[in-house]
Design a protein around this ligand. Structure first.
Ligand SMILES: Nc1ncnc2c1ncn2[C@@H]1O[C@H](COP(=O)(O)OP(=O)(O)OP(=O)(O)O)[C@@H](O)[C@H]1O
Ligand code: SF4
Ligand SMILES: [Mg+2]
Length: 321
């Protein structure tokens, strides 16, 4: 967790951001009217079932997929309409870490980092070598690892290299899209601790996408819950996990594996799969699976309603739940 408050500058602000794929009957609104903000040094967790639009949102922020409407403000600049050349100086500052670091099997670790530094014209000669060793050390690897090929690294070490690559450009904002899901449990904990150390050491701002709610609770300051492209709830992590207000958040938390199987079964159960994004329900998109749905829920798309400072949920029946 990071100590931030209302006076900490906002690093990233999204206003009504939408991303659509396809046309006509094949049109999918993968991200629909998403507004959120991340303060500098904060970690925002993005959760929701498969297909809820988490990766698309992460990629849209980095302008790796075109947005259909809305605003992206990064560190004081409105970048939604930036051309690739206008984005170039910002590319250094915003990077992505993936589940699979996709390292080139024929490229040594040091050469991979060298290539990134070269592309961005960072450091020269001996300084370049020193920076490569510094990056390896930063992620808990050794200088001698620079001469190794990807197959000589473990899964955890490969992910460390993926993180080093993202940090090579002195980036300040990282989108980490399920960076742990391909790793064993014990290695996951090491990578989580690495992210925590890097955050405090480098002052990173992080968008952390994950299905693992325990890790999100441990790592994140704030959490946004998505369903079929829309934000259902947004709250400080401690508040969201202690007192989820939206029926979808409640169901998602209840559906998470219970560490102690002797505990009673959850009251709210998330049945079946989300509806097809090609044909989302009218009104509240969660209504086909919501235990509290009424006829009214089919009529209007609920707005995000403020419940407490920095805590909002999109449901018309919040007062009755
Ligand atoms: N390039 C694309 N072309 C067409 N549809 C896409 C494309 N990328 C994503 N989608 C659709 O957009 C929706 C959101 O997908 P996205 O990958 O963002 O979800 P996600 O929350 O990251 O899911 P997961 O947890 O499985 O990674 C899905 O319906 C998906 O099929
Ligand atoms: S608006 Fe209706 S369907 Fe949607 S979450 Fe609230 S009660 Fe459920
Ligand atoms: Mg994804």
């Amino acid at each position: 967790m990071t100590a931030t408050n209302a006076r900490t500058p906002v690093m990233l602000q999204l206003e009504n951001l939408s991303v659509e794929f396809g046309k006509g009957a094949q049109r999918v609104r993968a991200v629909a009217n998403v507004s959120l903000q991340i303060r500098a040094g904060q970690t925002l967790g993005l959760v929701g079932e498969s297909g809820s639009g988490k990766s698309t949102l992460g990629r849209a922020i980095l302008k790796l997929v075109p947005t259909t409407q809305g605003k992206i403000n990064f560190d004081g600049q409105a970048i939604q309409d930036f051309s690739p050349s206008a984005m170039r100086p910002l590319r250094r500052q915003m990077q992505m870490v993936f589940q699979d670091p996709s390292l080139n099997p024929r490229q040594r670790a040091g050469d991979m980092l060298n290539e990134v530094l070269d592309t961005h014209q960072l450091h020269k000669g001996e300084q370049r070598q020193a920076r490569i060793h510094e990056l390896l050390a930063l992620v808990g690897l050794k200088a001698e690892h620079a001469t190794r090929y990807p197959h000589e690294f473990s899964g955890g070490q490969k992910q460390r290299l993926g993180i080093a690559r993202a940090l090579a450009t002195e980036s300040k904002f990282i989108v980490a899209d399920e960076p742990l899901s391909a790793l064993d449990m014990s290695i996951q904990a090491q990578i989580v601790n690495l992210l925590i150390r890097l955050k405090s050491q480098l002052g990173l701002t992080l968008l952390f996408i994950s299905h693992d709610l325990d890790v999100v609770e441990y790592l994140c300051d704030h959490v946004v819950v998505m369903y079929l492209g829309r934000v259902m709830e947004s709250a400080p992590a401690a508040e969201l996990f202690a007192k989820p207000r939206h029926p979808y958040t409640q169901a998602l938390l209840a559906a998470a594996p219970i560490p102690d199987p002797s505990q009673p079964a959850p009251v709210v159960v998330l049945h079946g799969e989300p509806p097809s994004p090609l044909n989302p329900p009218s009104g509240c998109v969660f209504r086909t699976r919501c235990p509290h749905a009424t006829a009214q829920c089919a009529e209007h798309i609920p707005e995000l309603k403020n419940l407490a400072p920095e805590h909002a949920a999109a449901c018309i029946h919040l007062d009755d739940i």
